[in-house]
Every structure is written in structure tokens, then in C-alpha cells.
Design a protein around this ligand. Structure first.
Ligand SMILES: *Cc1c(COP(=O)(O)O)cnc(C)c1O
Length: 452
């Protein structure tokens, strides 16, 4: 027993030291530690056991230095977010519990926690209290879950039971997306048998927003996918207009709001995402802007029955408990207790802490953009949220600046192509990002710009 306690204490100490070191170390690991890890991992499967404390020490000492400091305050790659202290700690506790979160019988505690976590997410995002949902690996699977419900529903409306008969012989479904739709939607459409290529793409404006005036006439059965938060510009599709147009034609409207949906947690930012509450389903991430550890996404469907029809299973050993069983709403069966992380984050932040975190990141993005602009650097998007798209001249020069910033290691931002321009994409989505982090990052970017 003592040994186990020592091991867990050792893990906690090592983790704390890791997190405390993030402020000093290069955000992206230099080549050497990655090479060291590579050689270490070339070893064959060991014949015999290794002491747990040695396993832990090797991970910490050999793999740790090769990690990316995305949990720190100066990682601006993709749309990432760190992990709030309460969420990390709760996640460890839940790992020790090792609960299977598939139904009430496998774990009454997690069934209750998932119910509570989903209720709080709906309250935080001001979405209908009656919507049902599930916690999945990320927004990709949340999109999958929602669109599986959509597929089932729109075909049922057309007199076809896709659950029983599949798609062979089914009436075709029109899937309508904006031209700037996230790449994961295509993967999801392919997994659902709806096809990547047969979508109808609606033109977008200069911020990547779907143009409501360019929507095609809609015939049932149809699904319209709108976006809350473009991965480059952070812009929102005009939800109210699109949803009312689509609903008039009886189409299902799905919202991919992986990070943008969290704007609704702030009174000042919520207007960006106004009207989305009228949609039929919503996908978002908790591991991005809610800052819970990987992996965690949220799928919500307005009419619980639509999600249940797409996801429920039955089996001799699965006796209906008369309560809400998570398995009836989830594409997974056995899975980890993501609800603990979500509940712990929202409990530790409260409404005010959540709003503060979202607003702070947006303010930091605006300030960074403003300072870059003052140095005559071109900002390619309207910085309405937490995303900044930056060009440092032509593609060659921009790539050189991005590379120099990444090698310098003060902060990390990646490259993107935005409206045919090569650009640096900066996403401020971490709870740990301070104004001092923004200042230090700005200096590093300006230095790379001067020296390019
Ligand atoms: C990140 C993102 C996704 C994919 O999310 P994962 O969590 O990586 O599965 C989908 N859509 C949008 C708009 C995103 O930003």
C-alpha cells in the first residue's frame, strides 16, 4: 500500500515540476530530446517486468522533455487550450476510480456526473435544457454523433428507417455546408455513408462566413451544417438567417461549434453566436476552450429521441434501468469518465470564471493583433474572437518568420493558408495565458519579423 501511495505521490511531484518548468523551457521541444526518446523507444518488448517507479521515472525523464508545452501559456497552435488545475486533479482521481461510464449499473456515480456535466454545459452555452447529449473524444466524434442523429431523423421523415435498412435504397440526403466548413465534417460524412464529394458548398464572405443569401433552394431530406468559429478567422456563420431558411424547408441544422460555441458563455461575446440555439444539434469541444485534458468533446441534440434512435443498443445483459443510461446516447459503449473533468472545470470556474477566461483570451488576441498592426504587420482577419491570422509579407517571408518563431521557442504558432495567403495562425485559448505571456510572445514574433 505504502508503495502505491509513494508512486502516486511521485507522479504528482513529477507532474507539478513539469508544469512549473513550462514557463522556462522551449514551447516546442528542440530536436535532441525527441531523438533521445526515439532511440529509447527502439527497445523491444521487455522479457520481464519493470518496477512502476522506474517506468514513471523513464517517462518523466525521457519522454517529458520531448513533449510540446501546450499546457503552458504561450502555445498558440491549432486551437488547443491547456488543462485547468481542477480538471487535471479531478482527471487523476477519476483515473484512480477507473469507472466504466456506460450506464447506471456500471457506475451510478458517473451516470449522475454525466447528467450534471451535460446540464451545466447546456446552461453555460444557453442551449435548450431538454436537449440530450453525450461526451465523446472530440468535436469530430461530436459532429459524427449529431449527424448520425440527423441522418436517422431526416430519412425517417422521408419514410425510411436508416437504423434498420441502412442507406441502400434510401432517398438521397442533400448535405449543405459553407465553403469554409471544417475538414472533419467531410471525414464524418464519409463515415456516415453520406459522402465527402456530394455536398453542396455555399459561398462564403471575406471572413469565411457562409452567405445566407447564397443558400440554394432546399428540398427534403436535407441537413445543413453551420459553423460557430472558423478555425482561421474565428468568424461565425449567420445562424438565425440560415436556420430559419433551412427550417422552413424541413431541413436539420447542425452547428459545428468546436470552440466558437463557448462565446455564448460571455455576455459580451454571445451576440456573435446569437440564433444558434434554434438549431437541431450542436457539437463542441471541452478539450479546447473549456480547458479540460484530452480527450473530450460534447454532442447535444435538441430532441432526445433523435439521438436515442441513432445510438441505443439492446442486449440480454443490458436491462433498462428506468434511468438515463449514457450508452443510449453515445456512439461508444465502455469509455472513461469524461464527465468528471467537465464537471470539475465548470465547478471550479463558475459562470463568472468561465466568462472571464473566454473574454480574457479574446482580449489578448485583440491586443496581440493591435500590437502587430502597429508594427506594420498585416492582420488578415477581423479579430472578433480568439483567432489572429497574420501575414509577414509574401508566402516565403511569412514561412521564414513562422519557422524562426518556432525555433526560438518562446511561443508556438503554426502556418495556415487563408484566402490564398500563407499566414501565421495564432489561437489564444489557454486558461494559463497571462498578459505577460502575450507580451513575451509579441517580442519574439517581432524579433523574427525584423530578422527575416
Ligand atoms: C477542432 C475542430 C474540430 C475537430 O475537433 P477535434 O476535437 O480535433 O475532433 C471540428 N470543427 C472545428 C470548427 C474545430 O475547430
Amino acid at each position: 500500500m505504502t508503495k502505491r501511495r509513494d508512486l502516486l505521490a511521485d507522479a504528482a511531484t513529477r507532474a507539478a515540476e513539469y508544469l512549473e518548468s513550462l514557463d522556462e523551457r522551449a514551447v516546442f521541444p528542440p530536436p535532441k530530446p525527441v531523438e533521445t526518446l526515439r532511440s529509447f523507444l527502439e527497445a523491444a518488448l521487455p522479457e520481464g517486468p519493470t518496477a512502476p517507479e522506474t517506468v514513471l521515472a523513464q517517462l518523466d525523464e525521457i519522454a517529458g522533455p520531448a513533449t510540446v508545452a501546450s499546457a503552458g501559456g504561450r502555445y498558440f497552435g491549432f486551437v488547443t487550450g491547456g488543462a485547468l488545475p481542477a480538471a487535471v486533479a479531478a482527471n487523476w482521481l477519476a483515473t484512480a476510480w477507473d469507472q466504466n461510464s456506460f450506464n447506471n449499473v456500471s457506475s451510478p456515480a458517473i451516470a449522475l456526473l454525466e447528467d450534471a456535466a451535460l446540464r451545466w454545459v447546456k446552461q453555460a452555452l444557453d442551449l435548450p435544457a431538454t436537449a440530450e447529449g453525450t461526451l465523446v473524444t472530440g468535436a469530430t466524434m461530436a459532429n459524427f454523433t449529431c449527424l448520425a442523429a440527423a441522418r436517422q431523423r431526416v430519412l425517417a421523415d422521408a419514410g425510411w428507417d436508416a437504423d434498420e435498412k441502412g442507406l441502400f435504397g434510401a432517398p438521397p440526403i442533400d448535405v449543405i455546408v459553407g465553403d469554409e466548413v471544417h475538414a472533419t465534417i467531410f471525414k464524418v460524412l464519409s463515415m456516415l455513408g453520406l459522402g465527402r464529394d456530394r455536398v453542396v458548398r455555399v459561398p462564403v464572405d471575406d471572413q469565411g462566413r457562409m452567405r445566407a443569401d447564397a443558400l440554394p433552394p432546399i428540398d427534403k431530406p436535407a441537413i445543413v451544417c453551420i459553423q460557430a468559429g472558423n478555425v482561421n478567422s474565428g468568424a461565425f456563420d449567420p445562424a438565425a438567417e440560415i436556420i430559419s431558411h433551412a427550417h422552413k424547408a424541413g431541413a436539420w441544422v447542425h452547428v459545428d461549434g468546436a470552440f466558437g460555441l463557448w462565446a455564448r458563455a460571455s455576455k459580451t461575446l454571445a451576440p456573435l453566436a446569437a440564433g444558434l440555439e434554434a438549431a437541431d444539434s450542436w457539437a463542441t469541444d471541452a478539450h479546447k476552450w473549456l480547458n479540460v485534458p484530452y480527450d473530450c468533446g460534447v454532442a447535444l441534440v435538441r430532441e432526445p429521441d433523435n439521438l436515442r434512435r441513432a445510438m441505443s443498443i439492446s442486449g440480454a445483459y443490458l436491462l433498462a434501468s428506468g434511468q438515463r443510461d449514457q450508452i443510449d446516447y453515445s456512439p461508444d459503449s465502455s469509455r472513461r469518465a469524461r464527465a468528471v473533468d467537465v464537471w470539475a472545470s465548470l465547478k471550479s470556474l463558475g459562470r463568472s470564471g468561465l466568462a472571464e477566461m473566454i473574454e480574457r483570451n479574446c482580449r489578448q488576441a485583440s491586443q496581440l493583433a493591435e500590437s502587430l498592426r502597429r508594427a506594420n504587420i498585416e492582420i488578415l482577419n477581423d479579430v472578433v474572437l480568439n483567432q489572429v491570422v497574420v501575414a509577414f509579407g509574401d508566402a516565403d517571408r511569412t514561412n521564414r518568420v513562422i519557422e524562426a518563431v518556432q525555433i526560438d521557442g518562446t511561443c508556438w504558432a503554426g502556418a495556415t493558408v487563408w484566402r490564398n495567403r500563407t499566414a501565421m495562425r495564432i489561437s489564444v485559448s489557454g486558461w494559463a495565458t497571462t498578459d505577460a505571456d502575450i507580451e513575451r510572445s509579441l517580442e519574439a514574433i517581432l524579433k523574427a519579423h525584423r530578422e527575416a
